[in-house]
Design a protein around this ligand. Sequence first.
Ligand code: NI
Length: 227
Amino acid sequence: MLLHIPEVLNKVQLNLARELLDKAKWADGRVTAGTQAAKVKNNRQLPEDGPEAKQLRALVLEALSKSALFFTAALPKRIYPPLFNRYGGEANSFGNHVDNAIRTHPASAQHVRTDLSFTLFLAEPHEYEGGELVIEDGFAGRPVKLPAGDLILYPSYSVHRVEPVTRGARLACFSWLESMVREPQNRELLYELDMAILAQREQYGDNDISVRLTSCYHNLMRMWANV
Ligand code: NI
């Protein structure tokens, strides 16, 4: 499932993020790539231990914790501390690759199984040419280029790439998460059920049916969730 989550960051948070990104020192993006991905990765990334990266991570994690849509779609158990990248100039693309299955948090040594990947766009589409995130999920890849502050959630098992940026700079935050519900089909079913219950409650208010459906949702969570 590919899910577009709009306005994860509001304008104030976005402006702060851009100020921090302007001040920060960029490094070669290959530091976090696996050996296969490193061959096709050509971008810049913020070193994880820099002061700006720390503030940016806190800002993004706070915003994610407030997004109900992100929570219900991802059912996150562990989120790898978000990273920040820049595509532009000579370092402008990332060819087809898959994300490593396990990421190990450098500070805590905690493992995160990557069930879902996300990209949070931090530059407006008009600020750069190219730079689409292309996710191969069937006959043809789907190009994704979202407004600044919006996020795309996609399966980490997908082959994906970032098209060359030919003008301006594409700034983004990205990371991976381990979901409480490992099986994509189970997770998607829970998401569909949750959305349907929400729509039903909005239309008809709470009633016996919404209570029974909510009970089904939670009982499926009991069966499938690993916390
Ligand atoms: Ni990737």
